[in-house]
Design a protein around this ligand. Structure first.
Ligand code: DAK
Length: 259
């Protein structure tokens, strides 16, 4: 697929994806959502990557939400279809087998905050701001925000942010547990890459299984403990485990192959 709203750059096995609609503060329009879908369902699985960094073009916004001008006029049916499509795309991000880190360079509002929350970790520029301002428009979040915000910051504070549409700065987002790290503006992509580099020194199968089992905790009808038992068994029969255990006893660094 030719991407028109995403810029892709592969650096040392890390895919840096920049949502590139700076004039609209990188708002997620249909084309951008289609491109994200293709990226995470077709493109990323075919590449051999250490991880993916998602960021926004320009200094002002990560993503300022779904494109308001585009979703005006949606009826119940159209709205539900759009929400379901969005959920599927954000689940594809969340289920990606390599770490996906949001480098939040500015406003992460509405669908933008939801996209950041679908990533496995978040590094925020000190200038970043987060919020779910949908009630200002008379709607509710439609890309998983009512569910994932609770997972990160708990029901009480999530309820407040969702009901008041208040924005919080990076420091507060960090205090609440919404972001992993806050760094000076301009350093967020580098920091996100460093986090991925750290995970890339570990067993790739184990990394994928961690993502699967942590997600299992939140999956309806799934027993996360049972998933862990299964995934643990799977990791113990990998070449990675043999290599990791041998390296430990031989007092050397492991050379994992991801098998
Ligand atoms: N959509 C479209 N355009 C946007 C936008 C957005 N979300 N946010 C900003 N822009 C555009 C502005 O219209 C403006 O365009 P021009 O007027 O220059 O053509 C340009 O970006 C620069 O924005 P501002 O001039 O407003 O910049 P300021 O610095 O003054 O303000 C701001 C920055 C981020 C505070 C402000 O732009 C703002 O409040 N933006 C809207 C934030 C927001 O409410 N975001 C949407 C949240 S609702 C759904 C699923 C999901 C969703 C909806 C439906 N379904 C399944 C149906 C999700 C909804 C949301 O995300």
């Amino acid at each position: 697929m030719d991407y028109s709203n995403l810029l892709l750059a592969e650096e040392d096995g890390i895919l840096i994806v920049t949502i590139n609609r700076e004039k609209a503060l990188n708002a997620l329009n249909t084309q951008t959502m289609l491109e994200l879908k293709h990226l995470f369902t077709e493109d990323v699985p075919r590449r051999s990557l250490k991880g993916v960094v998602l960021t926004g073009a320009g200094p002002k916004a990560f993503v300022a939400g779904a494109d308001i001008k585009e979703f005006m006029g949606l009826g119940d049916q159209g709205g539900q279809e759009m929400a379901q499509r969005g959920h599927d795309i954000f689940f594809a991000v969340e289920r990606c087998s390599v770490p996906v880190v949001a480098a939040v360079n500015g406003f992460a509002l509405g669908g933008g905050c939801e996209l950041a929350m679908a990533c496995h970790m978040r590094v925020a520029a000190a200038s970043a701001r987060f919020g779910q301002p949908e009630v200002n428009l008379g709607i509710i979040p439609g890309y998983g925000g009512t569910q994932r915000l609770i997972q990160y910051i708990g029901k009480s504070k999530a309820m407040e942010l969702l009901l008041t549409a208040d924005m919080i700065d990076a420091k507060e987002a960090h205090r609440l547990g919404l972001v992993n790290h806050v760094v000076p503006a301009g350093e967020e992509v580098g920091h996100a890459k460093a986090l991925i580099e750290k995970t890339a020194t570990k067993g790739p199968v184990a990394i994928a299984k961690i993502i699967e089992t942590v997600n299992a905790y939140f999956a309806e009808g799934t027993d996360g403990f049972a998933e862990e038992v299964k995934a643990f068994g799977e990791t113990t029969r990998t070449e990675d485990f043999k290599e990791g255990a041998s390296a430990f006893t031989e007092k050397r660094k492991p050379n994992f192959k991801g098998s």
